[in-house]
Write a protein that binds this ligand. Sequence first.
Ligand code: 3EB
Length: 330
Amino acid sequence: MMQGCENALVETLPRRAPRVAYRSGKVAAALAEPGTLAVFGFGSGTAAEEDPRWFRVALESFDAPAPLELWQVDAEVSHGRDGAVRWAAGGGWLFAAVELDEADHGGPGGAATCAYQELRRLVECRAERHVLRVWNYLEAINQGEGDAERYKQFCEGRAAGMGSFFAEGFPAATAIGHHGPAGRLQVYVLACDQPGERVENPRQVSAWCYPRQYGRTPPSFARAMLLPAQDALAISGTAAVVGHASAHGDDLQAQLEETFANLEALLAQGRLAPGFDTQSPLKTYVRHPADAAQVREFIARRLPGVPVLLLHGDICRSELLVEIDGWRYA
Ligand code: 3EB
């Protein structure tokens, strides 16, 4: 009787956010720690591991050696594989990831459709069916002209694969181009058994309302997601977009300033105090390796002590030079 009451009470408490951190060390040791939901490595130099919680992101890091990214929860974690999907779950949280070869699916659109269908198939029959945050990494993202650009094909395929699953609202997301294996599509998600609260940026047109010039199917993502206990804001890929337009053409410094203005706007909209801190890791995606040093310098000055991972990645509009995503804990 008492036991039953306690369980009912626990289930109604908001789920505390997973801890996300960068750190050096061995993959096996990170996987062996209690509560490890996922471990990410960056670039081709990282180890191969069989554990479904291990994920090698196809983006090279400008930090050598690249750190690991760890997701940890205060609960026991189980894990497995289901078709193309690898997953891990614990404490109401779910990590799920899929990697596909576009050649098996007729291109970036077909691969995106399949990836989202596979992920849906898993989360639909689990308690953790609220997909709060998604990362998408595809190769040669800006290749192709007009509506044939690979990112736009990806957006069409993603929307088809999502179907009506996100009818109440899209997850927060990142979509970045990698320079790894040709045609490799990587998609991974964080889901929960409780919903989050979507946050938009008043300085920007919501992505799903972008005008026709950006493609037949507008991108399906929210600008940020407040996690169930409102103890963390998951921030989508954020760039120098104002309204719906890209700002500051080829001016890296100005794009960085605009990106920070957008990040601050998201914190305010999420009812969080301004600024970032040593507990709130960010990823910076840099298009041109030659810009990495300048980006690093800017970040060190504007965000002293903030854990920042600098990655070589292409932003989904060819005029954008830099994009930032990450976490802000309350
Ligand atoms: C933008 O503001 C920049 O397609 O999932 C940022 C975050 C961007 C996510 C996505 C795209 C996506 O439109 C691009």
